[in-house]
Design a protein around this ligand. Sequence first.
Ligand SMILES: C[S@@+](CC[C@H](N)C(=O)[O-])C[C@H]1O[C@@H](n2cnc3c(N)ncnc32)[C@H](O)[C@@H]1O
Length: 217
Amino acid sequence: MRSFPVTDEIRSYAVTHGSWRPDPVVHELKVQTAELGDAAGMQIGDDQGQLLTMLARLIGARRAVEVGTFTGYSSLCIARGLAEGGSLLCCDVSVEWTAIGQRAWAAAGLADRIDLRIAPAIDTLRSLPAAQDVDLVFIDADKPSYAAYWAELVPRVRPGGLLLADNVLWSGRITDPEAADADTTALRAFNDVVASDARVEAVVLTAFDGLTIARRR
Ligand SMILES: C[S@@+](CC[C@H](N)C(=O)[O-])C[C@H]1O[C@@H](n2cnc3c(N)ncnc32)[C@H](O)[C@@H]1O
């Protein structure tokens, strides 16, 4: 088994050898996000963004749901991978952060594909129709609610659809016996829920901050 530390240089090399390289819209979005200070660390990287686009393309996603939008970069990556006529429902509680995203989506010509709901995500998800017609889900919000989001979303994902959950290895703290904070504890419980859920088949990528990819049976 080979593994090595992924430096910024390696990540940049990888991204420039993939499709969907950062363009001026993405550059401006990153500049505005960086101005937020520490919060900017919540934004996914370009390599993960390319993967989101590719996964959406691979399954021909038309209906997608994102839980945790922040300044809209992951949403932009999902939206650009949607099939013609596709739509993305975005859930967040921050008007300030998502306003940055809305400007980027408009500049990228993707605004008409994205429906932003400002409310606690659990309320938005519970208000969705029960129909099993969602193709792709990306969970990247408050960690203690991951299991509740999962419970709402799994029944709504169509067979062959994907549920993705970010940060599931939590910078390695997930296996640190000294780590007993609420987020780490919740992520451990969430990972156990996914691993024992017979409705999906799942893999936990050790890339990024840990990404679960679960395929609905
Ligand atoms: C890690 S950030 C999302 C990052 C984003 N996916 C990206 O890559 O740019 C988490 C987001 O979840 C949102 N959030 C936290 N608690 C929430 C809740 N209960 N309901 C909806 N959104 C929530 C925060 O406002 C924040 O924007």
